[in-house]
Design a protein around this ligand. Structure first.
Ligand code: HPA
Ligand code: ZN
Length: 367
């Protein structure tokens, strides 16, 4: 289980990780895992969150608050009824609720409030750099303009270092179940308004919407100087990961866990140090794996893959990055070495500047 030490190229933390400097962060809700007694003593590591949909951070309470503020009548009698719907059978069953709840996001202030709530909670989870996806097409289709959604999120990100100690990048994610023409039109709009985005991504219903459908979109984004990532190998097959790399030229794969079905692909991903932004609690909630104990993360680490731990849609899947780490620890007894490796991978796999990465690696090593 330790053979990934030999293949891992990134520098490891040099010293033993010190004991818990930060324990349970203020304001965090109890994790859903059986709380192991040692949990309070586990140090929260500084990490980069690389796979996070800002719309998936809308907590039920905020959904009701924004509905009231905007005079929207929700089709739920209250928080309990809404929470009762968070039982998903697959990706689509989640997406249906995720898109429906976006109805409460109407004004720049709404987008800014949602983003600030995420940043506050992420800071407590140890996140020091966040690359945040948003779904502009899901707002445009409801009559909310690009300016409203982009400027709202961006206004919160503009002060995230000062307010939360979190550096950020905004990623425009495109809905793969819509046409490439729609995506190209929205990318043109983002470029025309000089939107403060650093990358594009590809999300939504995966099966039947292969990466190759978006070849022109990714070529255009690359030409515009944007970094490239795409969801692949979540519900879709390993071949979608190969397509995302070869046809779209992405630098990173979101999820990617189904690579484990193709040993040649695993070998390639290891050799090329391709980052896989894994989201364990998401995979359980969307039934991509049966239980956390069945998750391939330990096997992925053992294979030498460049994996990081991320929260995807934390308001829907039962936890933020710290919860993902805690529940992985409860399921697998992650060693300090594994935890530090996962944190280091997240930092090195980010699109942050070399200077910012060095700061974060320093913080990780300092303890
Ligand atoms: N997969 C695909 N699309 C998404 C997800 C996800 O987990 N979350 C939000 N959009
Ligand atoms: Zn995702």
């Amino acid at each position: 289980m330790d053979n990934y030490r030999d293949t891992a190229a990134d520098p490891l933390p040099e010293t033993e990780l010190p004991e818990a400097a930060a324990s349970e962060a203020p304001g965090t809700e109890a994790s859903e895992a059986e709380a192991p007694e040692a949990e309070a003593a586990v140090r929260i590591l500084p990490v980069a969150e690389l796979h996070l949909h800002i719309e998936g951070t809308l907590q039920p309470e905020l959904i009701f608050e924004l509905a009231e503020r905007n005079g929207i009548t929700l089709p739920y009698s209250g928080l309990d009824e809404l929470r009762g719907l968070y039982e998903f059978t697959d990706l689509q069953s989640f997406l249906d609720l995720y898109y429906a709840n976006m109805a409460v996001l109407q004004t720049e202030q709404d987008f800014a409030d949602m983003t600030r709530a995420y940043l506050a909670r992420a800071a407590a989870a140890g996140v020091r750099h966040a690359e945040i996806m948003m779904d502009p097409q899901a707002h445009l289709s409801r009559g909310v303009s690009l300016e409203t959604c982009v400027n709202g999120v961006a206004s919160a990100l503009a002060t995230s270092v000062k307010d939360f100690g979190i550096s950020t990048m905004l990623i425009a994610a495109f809905l793969r179940d819509l046409s490439e023409e729609s995506a190209l039109e929205v990318l043109d709009g983002l470029l025309a308004m000089n939107a403060p985005i650093g990358a594009i991504g590809l999300d939504s219903a995966e099966v039947g919407n292969p990466p190759s459908k978006f070849e022109r979109l990714f070529a255009k984004a690359r030409q515009a100087g944007l970094r490239l990532t795409a969801h692949a190998g979540e519900e879709g097959p390993a071949s979608y990961i190969i397509e995302a790399l070869d046809v779209l030229g992405v630098e990173r794969i979101d999820h990617g866990i189904r690579c484990m079905e193709d040993p040649d692909l695993v070998e390639r991903l290891v050799a090329d140090r391709i980052p896989l932004t894994v989201c364990p609690l998401s995979n359980v909630r969307l039934r991509v794996v049966d239980t956390l104990a069945d998750h391939p993360l330990p096997a992925m680490l053992a294979a030498g893959l460049n994996v990081s731990v991320n929260s995807d849609d934390p308001a829907y899947f039962g936890g933020y990055v710290d919860d993902n780490f805690a529940q992985l620890g409860a399921a697998f007894g992650l060693s300090e070495f594994d935890r530090a490796r996962l944190a280091a991978n997240s930092i090195h796999s980010s699109f942050a500047s070399d200077e910012r990465k060095a700061e974060l690696v320093d913080e990780l090593n300092r303890g």
